[in-house]
Design a protein around this ligand. Structure first.
Ligand SMILES: *Cc1c(COP(=O)(O)O)cnc(C)c1O
Length: 399
């Protein structure tokens, strides 16, 4: 029996992507095996992290690396590293930063929320963000002007959450920061390309082990040896509450290994076949336009963008997304990718689908759309009420 039913949990189908709120990703079998083997054993964690450093260095083309609790933790701890170096006294002093450089320059269009505000991950170390430029326009001269004797690091964020145009490209960002002697940290939590940011000159590149890599929940830090060491040493300070266990470290090593051996071509072909079959079927329905779209940050993956015209579909994109997640008739919940849904579209992300789920997703969408067409009144609620509805539904957690 599926552990979800045993625990009384809804058997959700994830066409949203690698979302923390849904359990990130489906952990790859070789990772599960490595973790199960590691769990009963005792190991010397410094040595296990040494092995992780070698694996990360090979995968990312960096000098060194280590594993922490999450990419969010990696942001906090690498910024801490730029402030304290490997000085144990300073490490214990954080988050008090009097007398230390404690400003982090970051483009305003990069100040995202990935489940928590990124500027808070900076503040947790005792530093604070200095925004550069406007939300949709930033220039190298603004970055140069924002850097002074208080600047400890420059943070660059790669994500579909960031503003996708008008900002300083990575190469120029690194050139300006390095010209002023400031290290560059790249938050690449969700990026497939493990080598690109280090190769471009970033001092540190940070990844989530539990997103596309299919590892346990953990964060991967890759970069210059002295900075990686200083970040690792934060475990004797603010990093203690963000520690990763032997299972997370072994899981990250195994995830990097299986990623390099995964048949990426076959995976893409399978995902493409799901997308094409959904696209063809959905484009036949009134008020629906479906088209395959490339990933906005250049990851080698595609999603299906489903746009609704509420007059013909007799429902909106957000009402459909909510109906799929909370079926009125007891069918299987389907969670779509809906962070831009007020623009009348959502996406289907096939990266976490299990065998047999693709036809269920299609059948559920077709059924909900038919239900809307046959309803006496259009199933249309004002978008501005959706947030309040969702907040209210959660307010009394856990009951
Ligand atoms: C997911 C994400 C994070 C947070 O990563 P965790 O490992 O889940 O803490 C940070 N930045 C970006 C851009 C992300 O997509």
């Amino acid at each position: 029996m599926d552990i979800r039913s045993r625990l009384g949990l809804r058997p959700v189908i994830n066409v949203s992507g690698t979302m923390t709120s849904l359990g990130a990703s489906s952990v790859a079998t070789p990772v599960i095996e490595a973790v199960a083997e590691m769990l009963p054993q005792f190991v010397e964690i410094d040595d296990l992290q040494r092995k992780a450093s070698v694996a990360i260095a090979a995968a990312c083309g960096s000098e060194a690396g280590y594993v922490t609790a999450s990419c969010s933790a990696a942001i906090t701890l690498t910024i801490a590293a730029t402030m304290t170096g490997d000085d144990p006294g300073l490490i214990e002093r954080l988050p008090h930063t009097a007398g230390l450089r404690n400003e982090v320059v970051v483009q305003t269009g990069h100040l995202v929320n990935y489940g928590a505000p990124i500027d808070q991950a900076i503040r947790l170390a005792g530093a604070h963000a200095v925004p550069v430029g406007a939300a949709t326009e930033a220039h190298g001269y603004q970055l140069a002007a924002a850097i002074d004797e208080h600047t400890t690091a420059a943070l660059y964020v790669v994500s579909h959450h960031t503003v996708g145009y008008g900002l300083i490209p990575l190469e120029e960002f690194i050139e300006v920061a390095h010209g002023k002697g400031v290290p560059v940290i790249v938050d690449a939590a969700s990026e497939y390309d493990l080598k690109r940011f280090i190769a471009a000159g970033a001092d540190l590149a940070l990844y989530s082990a539990h997103k596309f890599l299919g590892g346990l929940t953990a964060g991967i830090v890759a970069g210059k040896k002295a900075l990686v060491r200083a970040a690792y040493f934060q475990n004797a300070g603010i990093g203690r509450g963000m520690k990763v266990g032997k299972e997370g470290i072994a899981g990250a090593i195994a995830a990097l290994d299986q990623w390099q051996h995964r048949d990426h071509v076959a995976v893409r072909a399978r995902e493409r076949s799901y997308l094409s079959s959904w696209e063809q079927a959905l484009n036949r329905l009134p008020g629906v336009r479906a088209q395959i779209e490339a990933d906005p940050t250049g990851n080698p993956l595609e999603r299906l963008k489903i746009s609704l015209d509420p007059r013909d579909a007799r429902t909106t994109a957000w009402d459909l997304a909510d109906a799929l997640a909370h079926p009125h008739d007891g069918s299987q919940p389907v969670i779509v990718r809906d962070h831009e849904v007020e623009l009348h579209y959502f996406f289907l992300d096939p990266c976490n689908l299990h065998a047999g789920e693709a036809p269920v997703v299609l059948a559920r969408i077709v059924a909900e759309l038919q239900h809307a067409r046959e309803a006496r009144e259009p199933l249309v609620t004002p978008f501005h009420q959706r947030d309040a509805r969702r907040t209210a539904a959660r307010r009394n957690w856990p009951d």
